[in-house]
Design a protein around this ligand. Structure first.
Ligand SMILES: Cc1cc2nc3c(=O)[nH]c(=O)nc-3n(C[C@H](O)[C@H](O)[C@H](O)COP(=O)(O)OP(=O)(O)OC[C@H]3O[C@@H](n4cnc5c(N)ncnc54)[C@H](O)[C@@H]3O)c2cc1C
Length: 468
C-alpha cells in the first residue's frame, strides 16, 4: 500500500519515521526545504503545569505522552527544570497548583513502578518540589553555581534574581524539561535521510481516485500527479485545504502566536521560569526560557506580546480551512517587518522584567519564533489531541502539543493493521530510533538555525537529557 504524508512538520516527519520503522511504504511531501521548520515548540509540557485551566485528565495525558516523546527523541531534550510562580495579583492558589502537580507526581511514580524505562523525569518524589519564601531568602545567601547539580541549586538564581515580594507562596519547581526545535529538526532529517521525501514540493490538489487518492503537486515550477492508497494530512494550520479539496468537513481553530528572543548575560544556567497569569488579558502568563549562548525565549500571553487581537480564526460551514488575516500569512511566508518584531520583543523584555528586574537590560533580537497552529474541534483551550479519520484511508494529524505525536502514530498504525497493511504483531510495538552521533546533530542543527535566521548558539543544549 502506497502511503502519502503531506507536511513535514513534527507530526508528518514523526509519523514517517515511525511507519518506516515498521516497514511501510511512505512518501513525504514538504513545501519547505527542511523538516520541522514551522511553529516552535520549546516546552515539553510533561504534565501541563503551565495550564492550570486544563483538567487533570488532559494533564495526565500530556505527562504520559511527553515521557514517550522523550524516549523517542531523547537527543532533542534540554534537561532543565521549570520554576512556577503565582504573582500576588493573579487569582490562583499555589497550594492548589501543588496539589494538582502531586497528582501528576503519583501518576509518574505508578508508571515508573510498572516500567522502569519510563523514568525519564528523575525520581518521582522529586517531580514537584515546593519552596517557601523563607527558603528562597536563605538560598539568596549561597553562591550561584554555573551549572546547578541539584534541585536546590537550580533555585538559587531564581531566589537571587526574581522579585520575590511580587509572588505568592509556595513557588514550585517541576521536572518539565525543554525541547530544542533546531535539534529536533536535525534529528528528523538525519533519521529520514534515506526516505523518499519531496522537499520544496507543494501539494496543490487532491481528489478521490477509486478507493485511494490522486495528489497533484508542484516542484521546481512543474506539476505532477500521483496516486496513493492511503493519505495522511499533516499540513498543520493548513490542513483544512486538503479537507476542502476532498470535500471533508472538519471544525478547527487556527491561532497565530509568537515567542521572542532576547540576549542577556549568561554567567550561569537558569531554570525555565513561569509567572502564571490570565491568558489574553494584560496580566497574561510570562515565560522565560533559557537557551545556551545567552539567549532567552520569551512569551507573554497578552495580545500585545505572544497573542494577537485578530490572531484566532475558525473554520466555517463552507470551508474547513480557517482564514487568518493575510498579514499573518505573509509574515509566515516572508518573515516579520523588523520594526514590529523589535517592538514586540522589547515589550516582552519589559513584561518579563516585572518579575526579573535586571532583565530590563536584555537586548531584543529581530527574529521571533512564531507561526500558526491548528486546534481541532470547538474548544480553544484543548491541549491534548492527536488524529481523526475519514473512512479507512484518510488520517488527519491534529496535534496541539508536539508530545502527542506517538499517540497519533499509534492510532494510524492501528488503522493500517485493520486494513491489513501492517501485521497484527505491529500492534503496540514501538521502535525507538537508535541514538545519532552528537556531532552530526550539532552540525546540522546549527546550519538549520542559521538558515532560519536564528543564532547558531540556540541549536545547542546546555544539559543533555541523554547523559542522565
Ligand atoms: C508561538 C508558538 C509556540 C509554541 N510552543 C509550543 C511548545 O512549547 N510546546 C509544544 O508542544 N507545542 C508548541 N506549539 C505548538 C506546536 O508548534 C504545534 O503543535 C506543532 O508545530 C504542530 O506540528 P504539525 O506538524 O502538526 O504542523 P506544522 O509544524 O505546521 O507542520 C506542517 C507542515 O506542512 C507543510 N505543508 C503545509 N501545506 C503543505 C502543502 N500544501 N504541501 C506540502 N507541505 C505543506 C508546512 O510547510 C509544514 O512544514 C507552539 C506554537 C506556536 C505558534
Amino acid at each position: 500500500m502506497k502511503i502519502a504524508i503531506v507536511g513535514g512538520g513534527v507530526a508528518g516527519a514523526s509519523v514517517a519515521i515511525y511507519l518506516r520503522s515498521l516497514g511501510a511504504d511512505v512518501t513525504l511531501f514538504e513545501k519547505k526545504r527542511m523538516l520541522i521548520a514551522g511553529p516552535p515548540a520549546c516546552h515539553l509540557h510533561a504534565g501541563g503545569n503551565l495550564y492550570p485551566d486544563v483538567d487533570d485528565a488532559q494533564r495526565l495525558r500530556l505527562l504520559r505522552e511527553s515521557i514517550e516523546f522523550m524516549r523517542f527523541y531523547p537527543q532533542a531534550i534540554e534537561r532543565r527544570p521549570t520554576a512556577l510562580a503565582v504573582p500576588v495579583h493573579i487569582p490562583l492558589d499555589p497550594e492548589e497548583l501543588e496539589r494538582r502537580a502531586l497528582i501528576l507526581s503519583h501518576a509518574y511514580g505508578d508508571l515508573v513502578a510498572k516500567d522502569p524505562k519510563t523514568k525519564v523525569l528523575g525520581e518521582p518524589e522529586h517531580y514537584v518540589l515546593s519552596f517557601a519564601h523563607k527558603q528562597l531568602m536563605e538560598l539568596q545567601e549561597l553562591p550561584t553555581p554555573k551549572v546547578p547539580q541539584n534541585h536546590l541549586e537550580w533555585m538559587i538564581s531564581f531566589a537571587k534574581e526574581v522579585a520575590l515580594a511580587k509572588l505568592k507562596y509556595p513557588v514550585l519547581l517541576v521536572q518539565e524539561f525543554g525541547i530544542n526545535i533546531f535539534r529536533l529538526s536535525a534529528i528528523a532529517q538525519l533519521l529520514l535521510q534515506d526516505a523518499p521525501i519531496h522537499y520544496g514540493t507543494k501539494v496543490v490538489n487532491a481528489k478521490h481516485e477509486g478507493d485511494g487518492f490522486g495528489l497533484t503537486y508542484e516542484k521546481d515550477g512543474k506539476k505532477y500527479s500521483e496516486r496513493f492508497d492511503f493519505l495522511i494530512n499533516a499540513m498543520g494550520f493548513e490542513s483544512g485545504y486538503l479537507d476542502d479539496w476532498l470535500g471533508y468537513k472538519k471544525s478547527r481553530f487556527v491561532e497565530f502566536k509568537a515567542a521572542y528572543i532576547a540576549s542577556y548575560r549568561q554567567e550561569h544556567l537558569y531554570p525555565e521560569m513561569i509567572f502564571h497569569g490570565i491568558r489574553g488579558t494584560d496580566r497574561g502568563m510570562a515565560q522565560f526560557t533559557p537557551y545556551p549562548g545567552g539567549y532567552y525565549q520569551l512569551h507573554g500571553m497578552r495580545k500585545d506580546i505572544t497573542l494577537f487581537e485578530d490572531g484566532v480564526a475558525k473554520s466555517s460551514k463552507r470551508s474547513s480551512q480557517p482564514k487568518l488575516p493575510q498579514k499573518y500569512i505573509d509574515w509566515i511566508k516572508k518573515g516579520w517587518p523588523r520594526e514590529v518584531a523589535l517592538h514586540r520583543t522589547q515589550r516582552a523584555i519589559e513584561y518579563v522584567a516585572r518579575y526579573i528586574p535586571d532583565f530590563l537590560s536584555a537586548k531584543p533580537t529581530p527574529t521571533p519564533l512564531y507561526g500558526a497552529q491548528q486546534i481541532p474541534g470547538d474548544d480553544l483551550s484543548l491541549r491534548a489531541a492527536e488524529v481523526s479519520f475519514e473512512g479507512d484511508r484518510y488520517a488527519r494529524c491534529e496535534i496541539v502539543k508536539v508530545s502527542s505525536i506517538l499517540s497519533m502514530a499509534d492510532a494510524i498504525v492501528q488503522k493500517l493493521i485493520t486494513l491489513g497493511t501492517l501485521g497484527p504483531s505491529q500492534q503496540g510495538r514501538r521502535i525507538y530510533p537508535e541514538p545519532l552521533q552528537e556531532a552530526k546533530i550539532d552540525s546540522l542543527a546549527k546550519k538549520i538555525a542559521k538558515t532560519r535566521g536564528y543564532p547558531e548558539a540556540m541549536a545547542k543544549i546546555a544539559i543533555p537529557f541523554c547523559q542522565l
